[in-house]
Design a protein around this ligand. Structure first.
Ligand code: ZN
Ligand code: ZN
Length: 344
């Protein structure tokens, strides 16, 4: 193999489709032929930042084995696979417990690895971080495993008990993944707040029991009416200034709050509110290998159906314009890129 097409980011909002060398997998690595790759909110943070350097983004993906690095026996050519978007050292306490996200030397695919991301025809992945796609799980569902694993870890972190009510702030792909799991795992009342009507409709389709437009109505008043009181549990999936305070203001006394949004800004928060309510607040980042494993099992058994999350599919050449459209207010759900198709 010699050349491939990749979407190379050269700086703030400057992405071009280029022909680059197909990388060769080293020991413990696999060359994955990308069939579908999802666009993530964190990709938008990266292209917005002034420090954006030459990089290939894309960390939510699935495809097939194109080439095996030396010594790999667990997979064979053309196997359908998806991977955690990171390659850990394999030796530290975090890697050994299946949590390469906290490995001090982990290499992040589509983030800090030089020009190795899934917005390309091929990407290098780690064998330890890779899973076979079970029968019935195609590449589109495989590309949703990463955002679903994010939502699963948040739902796990909220420690739900039967009878407790949940409010989800934000119905972007992560908020929607939270709804999918809350429904599948038996939560009763699931209220979702988002100002975009199309996203509220998606949330209802995926299992929300009531949806609120925060630009028209106070979420607290809505919860009071729908749930008969403040929610026991709040999962924040917004990542904008003020959303920590909003989550804490909404939860009932003794409640639990999970912060899952990516808060890149400095911000002062009103600590007296969670203090007086004695809230338990946890922050949640990424996932462990077991979250991928469980998600794939639930998909294979048909016990979750996240496919409605996918609202658009684009070719690689359409990616730069799609990223620009995502920077504006929009009603997109999850957008998948098909890098094998250069044009639509
Ligand atoms: Zn992501
Ligand atoms: Zn490690």
């Amino acid at each position: 193999m010699s050349n491939m097409h990749a979407a190379v980011l050269h700086g703030r909002h400057h992405m071009t489709i280029e022909e680059v060398n197909v990388p060769a997998p080293g020991p413990g690595e696999i060359l994955l032929k990308v069939e579908r790759a999802g666009i993530c909110g964190s990709d938008l943070h990266i292209i917005e930042s002034d420090s954006a350097q030459a990089a290939v983004l894309g960390h939510e993906f699935a495809g097939t084995v194109a080439e095996l690095g030396p010594g790999i026996e667990r997979f064979k050519l053309n196997d359908g696979i998806c991977s955690l978007p990171m390659i850990g050292c394999g030796r530290c306490v975090h890697c050994l417990s299946g949590d390469p996200a906290h490995c001090p030397t982990t290499r992040m695919i589509g983030m800090n690895m030089p020009r190795n991301g899934a917005f390309a025809e091929y990407v290098i992945v780690g064998e330890k971080e890779t899973f076979l796609l079970p029968p019935g799980v195609d590449a589109a569902l495989g590309a949703l495993v990463e955002p679903l694993a994010v939502g699963l870890k948040m739902v796990e972190a909220v420690h739900w008990k039967p009878g407790e009510t949940l409010a989800v702030l934000g119905a972007g792909p992560v908020g929607l993944a939270v709804v999918v799991w809350a429904r599948a795992l038996g939560f009763g009342d699931i209220v979702v707040s988002d100002p975009v009507q199309a996203r509220r409709e998606l949330a209802l389709k995926l299992g929300a029991t009531a949806v609120c437009d925060p630009s028209c109505e106070e979420v607290a008043g809505f919860c009071e009416r729908e749930l008969g009181g403040a929610p026991h549990l709040v999962i924040e999936c917004i990542g904008r200034p003020g959303s920590l305070d909003l989550a804490c203001a909404l939860a009932r006394s003794g409640g639990r709050v999970v912060i899952g949004g990516l808060h890149m800004h400095e911000e002062s928060t009103r600590r007296i509110v969670p203090f007086l309510k004695e809230l338990k607040i946890s922050y949640c980042m990424m996932y462990e290998a077991r979250h991928f494993d469980y998600t794939l099992k639930m998909l294979a058994q048909g016990r979750i159906n996240p496919r409605p999350m996918i609202t658009h599919e684009v070719s690689l050449s359409e990616l730069p314009a799609t990223m620009a459209a995502l920077a504006q207010p929009n009603a997109f759900g999850k957008i998948l890129v098909a890098p094998g198709r250069l044009r639509s």
